[in-house]
Design a protein around this ligand. Structure first.
Ligand SMILES: *[C@@H]1O[C@H](CO)[C@@H](O)[C@H](O)[C@H]1NC(C)=O
Ligand SMILES: *[C@@H]1O[C@H](CO)[C@@H](O)[C@H](O)[C@H]1NC(C)=O
Length: 478
């Protein structure tokens, strides 16, 4: 019998492939509580059939393996994204939540599923309703490796993936990882909702075309969002649709969450925070320019803010904070007239530090930090430090100032009204009257600090330089 060389090679490759699969499955038996995995049986049966076909003998049947990886394509999902794969994904998720590790619970009786995975294997799957993790809750599960897209009739109030147990307010999920996923909301609803969950990770995800929130975090603790890209419209800036950008990239309605190294390239608000003790670092916001009504990071946590924003990049869009109490903004770069707006609701601003940032603008007189007191003047100002920011083409605002003035006379005034953030709030002054040339020793006194103007007077005329440093940030109240 003459076998073509190409055919021989093909057969050989297939034989090796099958052998590897069989051996691979044979060796990967996890010691876990068994569940029924019909799709795996199917897969094993087809491997066996192929083997018999090619070799004439059946191999020793491999032991039934309980793989912990649930491939959506094995559940009849369509990886081309053409037909509806909702049920396949639901079933794969359901199976991932089926075999808990014996006697090994996580928080509050949340079952530990040992690291089981739902694997998309690089497919794109279309869904018609939210993929809601089972109500029973659970933890130590990963969904990863492909794309999920909302159908045209996907519910407008839904999210493609929902960690949302209908039952109670207790924590239902712990250590769920959503990784390497492209989430396309198809301009219907939102991307991912994480409600009452503990220690969730969203890593290397690309979330687009949402109408509500790219990611919603509500209650729970310690969601980590990292290395991800979030945008309503896919663009690289200067997009003609920018005026119409809506929705919020990340909506954090909870405490103790961390967002690290994330780009938000389209949304009306980049990140909205209304909880405490959240940490945002390495976020690049160019979601919607301030001039078009957008906000990079909106801090709306009346009463207690306690959040930190560091090493971020505000690209033509800035920060808005309402009545902040303990807010730290540092190490960030503000480009294109981007600025920080502090809005008064009840006139409270306490424990706010805005230090060591860089601001760059177009020399049209935009202030780096601005106060909106249209509702209510800031009456309760305490421990606010705006200092050491470097500024190019914008107007510096600060809570500390240093200045000098020379005069030959009896009165010296250094005017800090353009520099200082608060209109009439110098809490501490230090001055030196320097007069090297004069033979006399005049009496001098600090006469006035109102309207941020510091005046020193002498009893006799003298040629002297007045050096002043002022501080609005000392502890205390107006
Ligand atoms: C300061 O003013 C006085 C009198 O007006 C004048 O005699 C003196 O030369 C002035 N000194 C300087 C350094 O200009
Ligand atoms: C201090 O200066 C303000 C105007 O800046 C003025 O209204 C006020 O009378 C001055 N007070 C004194 C004691 O000179």
């Amino acid at each position: 019998m003459v076998i073509e060389k190409a055919m021989l090679v093909k057969l050989l490759v297939e034989f090796i492939y099958v052998t590897v699969l069989v051996v691979g499955y044979g060796e990967s038996s996890y010691s876990r509580v068994s569940g029924h995995h019909h799709h795996l049986n199917k897969r094993m049966a087809s491997i066996k059939a192929a083997y018999v076909l090619r070799n004439g003998v059946a191999p020793t049947p491999p032991a039934l393996i309980n793989s912990c990886t649930h491939h959506v394509s094995d559940y009849g999902g369509d990886p081309t994204g053409r037909s509806d794969s909702t049920e396949a994904l639901e079933q794969a998720i359901f199976d991932a939540f089926r075999s808990p590790v014996d006697g090994n619970h996580m928080i509050n009786g949340v079952a530990n599923f040992g690291g089981s995975e739902v694997h998309l294997d690089g497919g794109t799957y279309k869904i018609t309703r939210p993929l809601r993790l089972p109500d029973t809750g659970g933890g130590n599960i990963m969904i990863h490796g492909g794309s999920i897209r909302a159908s045209e009739d996907f519910p407008a109030d839904g999210y493609l993936i929902e960690l949302r147990a209908s039952s109670s307010n207790r924590l239902s999920y712990e250590y769920i990882t959503l990784k390497d996923l492209m989430i396309d909301s198809n301009f219907r609803g939102g991307g991912i909702a994480i409600i009452n969950s503990l220690r969730t990770t969203i890593d290397n995800c690309y979330i687009s075309h949402f109408m509500t929130n790219g990611i919603l975090i509500q209650d729970g603790h310690e969601t980590f969002i990292r290395n991800s890209f979030i945008g309503q419209y896919i663009n690289v800036g200067s997009d003609h649709r920018e005026k119409g950008f809506s929705g919020t990239g990340i909506n954090i309605m909870g405490n103790d969450n961390v967002v690290t190294d994330v780009v938000i390239f389209s949304a009306s608000i980049g990140v909205l925070i209304s909880g405490q003790a959240n940490m945002l670092t390495g976020i690049h916001c160019y979601n919607k320019a301030t001039a078009l009504g957008g906000t990079g990071i909106y801090v709306r946590a009346p009463g207690l803010t306690q959040s930190r924003i560091s090493n971020c990049y505000f690209d033509f869009t800035g920060i808005v904070a309402e009545d902040p109490v303990q807010l730290h903004i540092t190490g960030s770069f503000f480009l294109g007239n981007a600025f920080i707006l502090i809005k008064s609701l009840k006139g409270v601003m306490s424990g706010v530090t805005i230090v060591d940032n860089m601001f760059s603008g177009d020399y049209t007189g935009v202030q780096i930090v601005q106060l909106d007191q249209s509702n209510e003047p800031f009456r309760n100002v305490d421990q606010v430090v705006v200092d050491r920011n470097n500024v190019r083409g914008m107007v510096v605002k600060s809570t500390v100032g240093r200045g000098s003035v020379w005069r030959n006379g009896t009165s010296w005034t250094v005017d800090f009204s353009k520099l200082l953030l608060f209109a009439n709030l110098i809490k501490n002054v230090q001055y030196t009257l320097q007069s090297g040339a004069s033979a006399s020793f005049p009496n001098h006194v600090l006469r006035n600090v109102s309207e941020n103007r510091v005046t020193v007077e002498t009893d006799v005329a003298v040629s002297a330089t007045l050096h002043v440093s002022v501080d609005q940030s000392m502890v205390g109240y107006i």
